[in-house]
Design a protein around this ligand. Structure first.
Ligand code: NAD
Length: 272
């Protein structure tokens, strides 16, 4: 496994298993498969309604908790509901801590919402904290009020939406850049992109593997999701090849700054 270092010195795998849109009844099986194949980071959220099943798979895996990195995300607004939500998430997952908790999306009370995360971090219930879908202004505003700066921003990032403005902004603030929908949610046709296929053929890899390798070489943490065992395995098998500078450049040129989602404009990080 390859790791990235969080600003607080902890480390996290650069590839994790995404669980959005995995039905709760299928989650335990999918996460168990991912863990048995070598994934050590799992991304869930209150919104996904599968924290309990993620926790069940973790408990059944027999893997040392210290070797796992479990992320969840809030869906509450303001201090009190968020504090209670964190406690309920831990209860549901049967865990005594999350390795990372994110404010899932911008809301009308960033300061109060994030303060609940800071307190839980200081109490050891959360080992790292951050945000998701925040743009640079929202992060700047939060940092002015926060005691513990956000350590991660999880934002939509794929070959077609490379976040060329947000990435340097986050790096400048020592905030890790984590990608959601690295494979374009299966809807963007990125896996049919001829330029990527040519690179994949050259390395005897799949296009999905080239996309995930590209993003990790660009210092972006990825969270591919699948319930297909062959794809789950394939997506993790990306560290036995490296894209050279010419290949990286070719993939960089595929950027269209194009989101797969129709997000409200304040959730589309820095257009370019
Ligand atoms: P993704 O980009 O991981 O794409 C998933 C799709 O790709 C599925 O249809 C899957 O069947 C297909 N796929 C996966 N591996 C493949 C392979 N090797 N070959 C061919 N097809 C393959 O989509 P996602 O689930 O939207 O994003 C990943 C994770 O990011 C989520 O599961 C979730 O954990 C997180 N996420 C977070 C937010 C947020 O707001 N913070 C939003 C969306 C997703």
């Amino acid at each position: 496994m390859h790791y990235a270092e969080l600003p607080n010195g902890r480390r996290m795998p650069v590839i994790g298993f995404g669980t959005y849109r995995i039905d709760p009844k299928d989650t335990r099986e999918a996460v168990s498969q991912a863990l048995s194949m070598g994934y050590r980071s799992i991304d869930t959220a209150q919104l996904y309604r599968n924290e309990r099943e993620v926790g069940q798979a973790v408990a059944a895996s027999g893997i040392d908790r210290a070797d796992l990195f479990i992320t969840s995300k809030t869906m509450t607004e303001g201090y009190k509901p968020t504090r209670e939500g964190i406690e309920r998430s831990l209860e549901r997952a049967g865990l005594d801590h999350f390795d990372l908790m994110l404010v899932h999306w911008p809301n009308s009370d960033h300061a109060g919402t994030y303060r609940a995360l800071e307190e839980a971090y200081q109490a050891g219930l959360l080992r790292a904290i951050g945000v998701s879908n925040f743009n640079s202004d929202q992060i700047g505003e939060l940092c002015e009020q926060a005691d513990v700066a956000p350590m991660i921003d999880q934002i939509e990032t794929s070959v077609y939406w490379q976040q060329r403005k947000m990435h340097p902004f986050l790096q400048g603030r020592h905030i890790l850049h984590e990608s959601w929908s690295p494979l374009g949610e299966g809807r963007s046709r990125v896996l049919e992109e001829p330029a990527l296929q040519a690179i994949a053929d050259h390395h005897h890899k799949s296009v999905a593997q080239v996309v995930l390798r590209f993003l990790t070489q660009e210092d972006v943490i990825v969270l591919p999701r699948s319930t297909n065992p062959a794809h789950i395995r394939e997506n993790l098998d990306i560290f036995d090849f490296t894209l050279d500078e010419a290949e990286l450049d070719r993939v960089r040129r595929l950027d269209r700054a194009e989101s797969v989602e129709n997000w409200p404009s304040d959730m589309l990080q820095e257009q370019y």
